[in-house]
Design a protein around this ligand. Structure first.
Ligand code: PAF
Length: 282
């Protein structure tokens, strides 16, 4: 496995790969890797000849400076994990390498980027599109792997790939969870043990709500999830929306769309840590 920090070295390494006609997979990450990332890397290694993993805490997608500053950075451990899971190239550039000039491109993909995270984190998806498009141009992957925990991110990246006609196949991968049910996230390292235990209720309550789908309306389920989680000390729901899995627009009935997903963001603990998760209703 090679660790590369410059675009020039990345291009040189990939020129060889392309000459040999090998298929390349990309796993974009912001580091602080965990078993969720490992599952993406594992799948990428299975499906491609060459696996590139980017490790870059992208400043342009953070609308909160404190959030950017406190984002965990664990490059040595990340490199060890990637070696273990068979990645071929780790691309870990500096911010100046990626943004030698400020990126003035603007990406806008309504309606999928205006709701939920898009409404609450102004500029977030613009930053995600800036970095992901740059990585797609630099690596030219045949396939790219994204975790379904960030359900909306996948919808926005899909819209961008369609818009820019990028020749890459997106491979969404299932959420990986702790034994307690808590969705794995780099942010979980910011939780105390007690908070981690409390946060497990998010998945448990979402699971209960799926079981109620046959007998309850969309509004009833939405109210149930929010009330149940807000009643737990240390948790505060920022939003819970039940949406069409394609357009991400809220649905009023279970028959309104062929795919329906519940997307939630919850603040946990005293810091507090912002956790996201989702559940499929159909
Ligand atoms: O999901 C993430 O970790 C990031 O948003 C991504 C896709 C690596 C872009 O910085």
């Amino acid at each position: 496995m090679t660790v590369i920090t410059t675009v020039k070295d990345l291009e040189a390494a990939l020129a060889e790969v392309r000459k040999e006609g090998k298929k390349t997979g990309l796993v974009p990450t912001m580091g602080a890797l965990h078993a969720g990332h490992a599952s993406l890397v594992k799948r990428c290694v299975e499906e491609n000849d060459v696996t590139v993993v980017s490790v870059f805490v992208n400043p342009t997608q953070f609308n909160d400076k404190n959030d950017l500053a406190s984002y965990p950075r664990t490059l040595d451990a990340d490199v060890a994990l990637l070696d273990k899971y068979g990645a071929d190239i780790v691309f870990a550039p500096s911010a100046d390498e990626i943004y030698p000039e400020p990126d003035t491109r603007r990406f806008s993909y309504p309606p999928v980027d205006t709701v939920m995270e898009g409404a609450r984190r102004p500029g977030h998806f613009n930053g995600v599109c800036q970095i992901v498009s740059k990585l797609f141009y630099m690596v030219s992957p045949d396939r790219a792997y994204f975790g379904e925990k960030d359900f909306q991110q996948i919808a926005v990246v899909r819209a961008m790939v369609r818009d820019l006609k990028l020749p890459v196949e997106l491979r969404p991968c299932p959420i990986v969870r702790e034994e307690s049910g808590l969705a794995l996230s780099s942010r979980n390292t910011l939780l105390t043990d007690d908070e981690r235990h409390t946060a497990a209720a998010i998945h448990a309550v979402l699971g209960e709500s799926v079981a109620m789908r046959e007998t309850c309306s969309v509004d009833e389920i939405r109210a149930f999830v929010v009330e149940r989680l807000n009643a737990i000390e240390g948790l505060e729901v920022e939003y819970f929306q039940i949406v069409d899995a394609e357009t991400l627009q809220p649905v009023g009935t279970w028959t309104e769309a062929s795919g329906i997903v519940g997307c939630i963001t919850v603040y946990c603990g005293s810091r507090p840590v912002r956790l996201i998760d989702n559940v499929r209703y159909k």
